[in-house]
Design a protein around this ligand. Structure first.
Ligand SMILES: Nc1ncnc2c1ncn2[C@@H]1O[C@H](COP(=O)(O)OP(=O)(O)OP(=O)(O)O)[C@@H](O)[C@H]1O
Length: 544
C-alpha cells in the first residue's frame, strides 16, 4: 500500500515546511502539496456542507464525510460512537473498507482507560499499539484482536458536554498522526458536534411542536364533539328512582366505575342504559374528559368503519376530508358503543382486533394509532341468541361482557313511576312555563298498571304530551293507549308511513338488517330504509 506524504513522514507536517520553496526534492514536495491541498479542499467543502445540514440529512452526511476523509487519508475505518445511559458507547455512524467489519461500540467497563480519556475530553492517538500506556492493557488486548493498529480518537462534544467519540484508524498498517492533521480532524469533529447540537435542538423543537399540535388537535376534536353533544341537548339529568332493582344497578355502577374494565349494559329500549353509561364514565378517573358516543344502529353500515376508526382524505369515493375516528377522539376517555348488537359482522371483527391491539388504522392509511379507551357497550338484544344465530361474534361478546349490568324494565320497578312522573312534570313545567300543582291520583295508578314497552323514554314522552295538552294546575296523564284514543288521528300519508315504520321496528325489536329485520319485512333495501328513518326522525331505538 502506498502512503501519501501527508501522513507518512512527520517531517512533512506544516510546521516544518516553509510556505514557499525550500531545499526539498521537488517530486516529494509537489506530492505533499497535492495531498495537502486535496485535504484542505475537502475540509472546506465539508464545513460548508455541515453549516447547512438538517436533522433529516445529518446521518447520511456524517457517514459520507467519514468515508471521504478516510479515503483521502488512506485510512481503513472511521467510527462514531455515542454515550448511552452513562454506561456504554453505542455505534451510530461508521465507514470501513469492504473487507472490514464496523467497530462494534463498547461498554465503559470493557475499555475503561479509553473511556475515561474521552470523557475527560482528551484526544487519544497512537501510531502503534505499543504506544498505549501500561494501564491501557484492556484496550491493547482489544486492539490486537479486532484492530486498529493505529488510531486517533476525538471526544465529541455538544454544548461543552462529551456525548461520544469519533475515531479514525488503520487496521492493515501502522501510521503516524502529525500534529497538523490532528488539529484539522479536531476541527472536523467539532463541526460534527455543533451540527449534532443544532439538529438535536431542531428535533426537540419539532417534537415539542408536534406535541402542541397533537394536543391542539385532541382539544379541537373534543370541542367539536362537545358542541355536538350540547346541540343534541341530552344533558345529564340525575338518575331518578329508589326501587331495589335500580339501587342494585347503582351499586354495580359504583363497583365498576373506578376500574378500566369493559362494561356491557343489557336491557330493553328506554331503560336508561345511556344514563348509566354516563354515570360510570363520570364516576371514573376518566370523567374529566367528555364521554364519546357512537350509536351503531343510527349510522349507515358503509360509514360505521370510518366513524369508528377514522379516515384519510380520499380513502373512498366521497371521503372529501380527513376525519379522526371515535377511538382517537376518545383517547384517555370512555367510548360508549350504543346498540352494539347492530354492528355488522365484518366491523365486529375489526372492532375486536382494535380492542385487542389497542391500535387503529384510519381508512386509507397504514399508520397505526394507539389509543387508551375504556369501552362501555349497550344493547337491547339478547346477545347470546345473536351469537347462536351467528349474527354476533362470541369472541367480541366475551371481550365486552367483562362486567355485565342488566337494566330492569320499568314494569319491574313500578314504585319508581310516581318519582319519575313528578320529575318529568317538574322539568316540562319549567320549560313550557306551565305551573302544575297536582297530578291526578287515578291517572298515576293507571300509569303504574301500564306495561311500558318503551320504558322510561315512553313514560317521559307520555308526560311531555300531557304537559302540552295541560290547561290548568291539575294534570291528568293517561297511559299511551288511552292517550292515543283521545288524540285526533292524522290523515297525512307521511304520518301513516311513520306509524307503520315504527310498528315494524317494534316487531323486529329495532333491528333493521339481516333475516327478519325491518328492511326485509318491508321489502326495502336496508339503505333505503335508513334514509326513510332519517327523514321521519326515527332512530331504530323505538321512540313513541
Ligand atoms: N332513572 C332514570 N331517571 C331519569 N330519567 C331516566 C332514567 N332512566 C332513563 N331515563 C330517561 O329515559 C330516556 C331513555 O334513556 P336512555 O336513552 O338512557 O335509555 P336506553 O336504555 O339507552 O335506550 P335505548 O336502548 O333505546 O338506546 C332518556 O330520556 C333518559 O333521560
Amino acid at each position: 500500500m502506498t502512503h501519501s506524504a501527508l501522513h507518512v513522514t512527520e517531517e512533512l507536517c506544516e510546521e516544518k515546511l516553509p510556505i514557499q520553496g525550500g531545499p526539498y526534492p521537488s517530486a516529494t514536495l509537489s506530492s505533499y502539496l497535492d495531498d495537502r491541498l486535496r485535504f484542505e479542499m475537502l475540509m472546506t467543502e465539508l464545513s460548508t456542507q455541515f453549516a447547512g445540514v438538517t436533522s433529516a440529512s445529518i446521518d447520511e452526511k456524517t457517514v459520507c464525510a467519514q468515508k471521504r476523509i478516510a479515503e483521502t487519508l488512506e485510512l481503513d475505518r472511521s467510527t462514531l460512537v455515542q454515550l448511552r445511559d452513562n454506561e456504554r458507547f453505542v455505534l451510530t455512524h461508521s465507514w470501513q473498507l469492504p473487507d472490514l467489519k464496523p467497530f462494534p461500540g463498547f461498554a465503559i467497563k470493557d475499555l475503561p482507560w479509553m473511556a475515561n480519556e474521552i470523557l475527560c475530553g482528551e484526544t487519544v492517538c497512537f501510531a502503534s499499539i505499543d504506544d498505549l500506556p501500561a494501564e491501557a492493557y484492556m484496550e491493547k488486548e482489544v486492539a490486537r484482536r479486532f484492530g486498529p493498529r493505529s488510531n486517533a480518537t476525538f471526544p465529541l462534544r455538544v454544548g461543552g458536554k462529551v456525548i461520544g467519540a469519533l475515531a479514525f484508524g488503520t487496521v492493515h498498517h501502522e501510521r503516524v498522526w502529525p500534529e497538523t492533521l490532528i488539529t484539522r480532524l479536531k476541527f472536523f469533529v467539532e463541526m460534527i458536534g455543533s451540527a449534532l447540537a443544532r439538529t438535536r435542538a431542531e428535533d426537540d423543537t419539532k417534537k415539542a411542536l408536534e406535541e402542541v399540535q397533537r394536543l391542539r388537535d385532541q382539544l379541537q376534536r373534543e370541542n367539536i364533539y362537545l358542541q355536538q353533544e350540547v346541540k343534541s341537548a341530552r344533558g345529564h339529568r340525575g338518575l331518578i328512582g329508589n326501587s331495589t332493582a335500580l339501587r342494585k344497578v347503582l351499586e354495580q355502577v359504583d363497583q365498576v366505575a373506578g376500574t378500566n374494565s369493559s362494561v356491557l349494559l343489557c336491557g330493553e329500549t328506554g331503560t336508561g342504559k345511556e344514563l348509566i353509561a354516563s354515570a360510570i364514565h363520570e364516576l371514573s378517573p376518566r370523567g374529566k374528559r367528555p364521554m364519546v358516543r357512537l350509536n351503531c344502529a343510527a349510522i349507515p353500515e358503509t360509514l360505521i368503519e370510518s366513524e369508528l376508526f377514522g379516515r384519510e382524505k380520499g380513502a373512498y369515493t366521497g371521503a372529501l376530508s380527513r376525519q379522526a375516528g371515535r377511538f382517537e377522539v376518545a383517547h384517555g376517555s370512555t367510548l360508549f358503543l350504543d346498540e352494539i348488537g347492530e354492528l355488522p359482522l365484518d366491523v365486529q371483527s375489526k372492532l375486536l382486533r382494535a380492542l385487542q391491539e389497542k391500535q387503529v388504522e384510519r381508512l386509507g392509511s397504514s399508520k397505526s394509532i394507539s389509543f387508551d379507551v375504556r369501552i362501555v357497550a349497550a344493547t337491547n338484544r339478547h346477545l347470546e341468541t345473536e351469537i347462536r344465530e351467528k349474527r354476533f361474534r362470541s369472541d367480541l361478546f366475551y371481550r365486552l361482557n367483562v362486567f355485565p349490568i342488566h337494566m330492569p324494565a320499568l314494569r319491574d320497578r313500578i314504585e319508581d313511576i310516581p318519582l319519575l312522573v313528578e320529575a318529568f312534570v317538574h322539568e316540562f313545567s319549567k320549560s313550557f312555563g306551565k305551573p302544575i300543582e297536582s297530578i291526578d291520583k287515578d291517572c298515576m295508578q293507571a300509569l303504574q298498571m301500564y306495561r311500558w314497552p318503551g320504558n322510561i323514554r315512553e313514560l317521559r314522552n307520555t308526560v311531555e304530551r300531557a304537559m302540552i295538552l295541560a290547561n290548568g294546575p291539575r294534570l291528568r296523564i293517561y297511559p299511551p293507549s288511552s292517550a292515543l284514543g283521545e288524540l285526533t288521528h292524522s290523515m297525512l300519508l307521511s304520518d301513516a308511513e311513520r306509524g307503520h315504520l315504527r310498528n315494524v321496528l317494534e316487531i323486529t325489536g329495532g333491528r333493521i338488517r339481516g333475516k327478519g329485520g325491518a328492511a326485509e319485512l318491508l321489502g326495502l333495501k336496508p339503505t333505503t330504509l335508513d334514509s326513510m328513518l332519517v327523514r321521519h326522525g326515527i332512530t331504530s331505538k323505538l321512540e313513541h
